[in-house]
Design a protein around this ligand. Structure first.
Ligand SMILES: [Zn+2]
Length: 164
């Protein structure tokens, strides 16, 4: 089944882009609703999400989805905003200005916020001997699998992959 739209968020991609098992769709629906509401969206002004179909691994059996855009902006662009904000912080001391820049970016970067919401609220699959199935542009700095290879990180530079 496709990941359904909720009250505070709306799926803008074609339904076939986010096809998955009912368990995954249900888990995502709850987290996305909570995330969208927490981020100030509602029925009159819902948060837009965009999925694209995946090919490998859990995608083959409908146990994974790939989120490419949130709030009308691609995940790769959110990551660029994030990197730029972090680069511009005064170094090397984490002073007041630096902390303020970080706090501001954390509050407005919907890509990073979505990744953290999925990390905090989701119960993602962890096949025996493998890392938790949540990957995206922030995996190396935010986890859960900080040892992600360059190749795998590059493959997830423009989307968030979640599986259950
Ligand atoms: Zn994927």
């Amino acid at each position: 089944m496709p990941v359904p739209s909720g009250t505070a968020y709306v799926v803008k991609s074609p339904p076939e882009n986010g096809l998955c098992t009912p368990q995954l769709a249900d888990e995502l629906r709850k987290i996305l609703e909570r995330f969208a509401a927490d981020s100030g969206f509602n029925g009159r002004n819902p948060l837009a999400l965009f999925f694209r179909p995946g090919i490998f691994g859990h995608h083959k059996v409908g146990r994974a989805v790939d989120i490419y855009a949130v709030g009308g902006t691609g995940m790769d662009t959110w990551k660029k905003h994030w990197d730029k904000a972090m680069e511009n912080r005064p170094q090397p001391m984490e002073g007041q200005t630096s902390a303020a820049i970080r706090a501001q970016e954390r509050s407005r970067n919907l890509g990073w916020r979505l990744y953290k919401a999925l990390q905090s609220y989701g119960h993602w699959a962890q096949p025996y001997g493998y890392p938790i199935q949540l990957f995206g542009p922030w995996t190396r700095s935010e986890g859960p699998w900080r040892f992600i290879s360059d190749r795998l990180l590059y493959a997830h530079r423009d989307h968030i992959h979640v599986a259950k």
